[in-house]
Design a protein around this ligand. Sequence first.
Ligand code: GLU
Ligand code: ZN
Length: 332
Amino acid sequence: MKSDSFTGWPSNKPVGRLAPSPTGAQHVGNARTYLLAWLSIRSRGGRLILRIEDIDSPRVKVGAAQQAIDDLRWLGLDWDEGPDIGGPHAPYVQTERIDLYREALSRLQRDERVYPCTCTRTDIEAAASAPHIEHEGMIYPGTCAGRSASDAVTLGDQPFAWRFRTTDRVLEFDDRVAGPQQANVRRDLGDFVVGKMDGSSAYQLAVVSDDQAMGVTEVLRGDDLLPSTFRQLELYAAFGWTLPTFAHVPLVIGSDGRRLAKRHGDTRLATLRQLCVTAEELIGLLAWSCGLRPTRDPISARELVAEFDLCRVTREPYVFSVGHVFNVPGQS
Ligand code: GLU
Ligand code: ZN
């Protein structure tokens, strides 16, 4: 069997990742996505990477990265590379990888794929009139798109972001869970920021650079990130990098139909643990919610590996009410 010279791992095996953002405690919704990402790779004998996505600086909470690691371990999930165990693609924490993102940005600058954008949020809201996809913000109206990358030097001390120049064409991909997808990034989403005004990298650039550098072949994540995937497809094309496969899984929602959040009661894994809910009880519930098991009986993640098949994962979001399922004070 051929092996990856860098890792010694068989090169025909999938490589996936768990990518928690330490912006708060991990909850039942995050757990379901991690479970599926883990099962998808483990059921095919692949390799898993744990990466901490902590570049979203104002929202990152002290101690939340370690807590995410503890939560994942409690769930019974493991990984082959990560900040706690090291590995050939270290470091595994995004704030320690900014040189890589800088290099990627300079490549985009050299190729004129980005331009300096001086617009504030208020400017964009005032100029944008097109309807936009929920949660995705305004479609950038193109105010600064006439600039070239080298115009940055003429801006003096005016703050600016680096915005990616999208292409006006329909992009398509076949999602392994959500099915065939298509969008015209320029029209549907607009030019997007890859380098923020404070000099840091935006999520889109960091995640694509990392997945490429770490040899990730499968991205499995929540379907709230589907629009982001189209932006990332533009970046993959700009860099000429090979695409991973994508699988976007439905989210856990509250009874009001909105993405699971504080308003739905306390669904943090740390809280469930304190209330003596076992990992097997939670995994059993989540596996049932995904259509992987006929009942909610407790089961370990490991026991689900042999029979796992991504095709069996339901395409409906799971409506979760913490107070009904576990004996936890919840609002709905
Ligand atoms: N860090 C992101 C999150 O926790 C996941 C990003 C990704 O999977 O690409 O929502
Ligand atoms: Zn602008």
